[in-house]
Unconditional design. Structure first.
Length: 371
């Protein structure tokens, strides 16, 4: 079938909105009509060419919501008409990782996913007769996509697509890192580095669990007002500390020894170190959420770990998608979490490049394409 898509033809170039061809679902696969998709910083990162798994041409996008239109043979849990959220971290419930109960990182299809292919090793998209790669197993920058059943979370019918699409990445990543990965306790002091689409959800999660102090760190002063609305109690702009400002020293003094939990939500390896070193001696936990470019590495003095700080990381907030995503949709529908204020711009697919330009300028929090 013909579908409308924003194609990443080359690294560092704007997406090209055009008609591409999509083949129907095979065994265990589902055809989904994507109704809305968010633009995540990770899409921008891959488009930039810095992602070692970035492939071109491909159809990016991994933060969507849509409707099942057709199912392939052997599909057990979904039927046409079901509302779904695509999962870049699937949940097969059968692989050693799923069965371990120790991780959300299902391994059943990770190999082919990283090669831009569906589990049978082929692609369903083509453009001008040539194959086009899938992205993170989702490709939500197309109004129809084909995905394996295990990578779709079934959600309630009354949830608005243009809001709950954000649960497909940013909301779950931020809130989940607090609840599922770090397991922050009530009364904790939390420091959040980077107050964008992810960091604001970390703040929202920290407030949900009853953190007493939530310190936000961002170089963009415009982020302060929104972060306070979501529960931030103190704001630190590293630029206000002067050219040789000591951010770590400042945070250690502000917190009386360091934060119980710190979260890096930027993808900057120097900031990851500062986040680790701002965690409390003896028990502080620092969680890396930001994605850094190919070839970048983190470092610290081992003494930082010897003296009891722990460095951890979180993918998709540690959430098990098919199980947890429908619950997070319920939280939104019950008014327990705020998504609406974070979606600052909605646009049509034709304007998707404007959305990436706004992201580049630090304008707004989340852009959503409403098909
Ligand atoms: P974003 O662009 O919306 O927000 C980034 C924020 O960081 C902005 O407010 C910016 O002003 C701030 N910032 C930039 N440099 C800074 C610095 N030196 N110090 C303090 N603040 C700084 O991006 P996002 O969508 O929130 O994504 C954040 C990161 O999380 C990206 O690296 C993205 O790829 C990653 N991510 C990871 C996961 C995961 O599962 N681990 C999921 C989604 C996104
Ligand atoms: N392809 C990159 C890795 C990118 C990455 O870390 N992705 C996160 C999700 S970001 C969503 O916005 C993730 O889930 N990672 C776990 C996984 O299995 O990919 C690279 O550096 O190679
Ligand atoms: Zn994302």
């Amino acid at each position: 079938m013909d579908v409308r898509a924003a194609i990443a033809l080359e690294a560092g170039k704007p997406l090209v909105v055009d008609t591409v061809q999509l083949e129907g679902p095979r065994d265990g696969e589902v055809l989904v009509e994507i109704m809305a998709t968010g633009l995540c910083h990770t899409d921008k990162y891959t488009l930039s060419g810095k992602d070692p798994e970035g492939l071109f041409p491909s159809i990016l996008g991994h933060e969507g919501a849509g409707i099942v239109r057709e199912v392939g043979a052997g599909v057990k849990h979904l039927k046409p008409g079901d509302h779904v959220i695509p999962l870049y971290t699937p949940e097969c419930r059968e692989c050693p990782s799923c069965l371990s109960r120790k991780t959300n990182l299902c391994t059943s299809i990770r190999g082919t996913q990283g090669k831009g292919l569906l589990p049978d090793g082929t692609t369903r998209f083509s453009y001008k007769g040539k194959p086009v790669h899938h992205y993170m197993g989702c490709s939500t920058f197309a109004n129809f996509t084909v995905m394996p059943e295990i990578a779709l979370a079934k959600i309630r019918h009354d949830a608005p697509f243009d809001k709950v699409c954000y649960i497909g990445c940013g909301v779950t990543t931020g809130i989940g890192a607090v609840l599922f990965t770090a397991k922050v306790e009530a009364g904790s002091t939390v420091a959040v580095f980077g107050l964008g689409g992810i960091g604001l959800n970390v703040i929202q999660g920290a407030k949900m669990v009853g953190a007493s102090r939530i310190i936000g760190v961002d170089i963009n002063p415009e982020r302060e007002a929104m972060a306070r609305k979501f529960g931030m109690t103190e704001f630190v702009n590293p630029k206000d500390l002067g050219e040789n400002g000591d951010l770590v020293g400042h945070l250690i003094e502000l917190t009386g020894g360091g934060a119980d939990y710190t979260f890096e939500c930027v993808g900057n390896v120097s900031l990851m170190r500062q986040a680790l070193e701002s965690a409390h001696r003896g028990w502080g936990i620092s969680c890396v959420i930001g994605v850094a470019g190919a070839g970048q590495e983190i470092s610290t003095r081992p003494f930082q770990l010897v003296t009891g700080r722990r460095w951890i990381g979180s993918a998709f907030g540690g959430a098990r998608g098919r199980t947890d995503v429908p619950k997070i949709v319920d939280w939104y529908m019950e008014g327990r979490i705020n998504i609406d204020d974070l979606i600052t711009h909605e646009m049509k697919l034709d304007d998707i490049n404007k959305g990436f330009e706004m992201m580049e300028r630090g304008e707004g929090i989340r852009n959503v394409v409403n098909y």
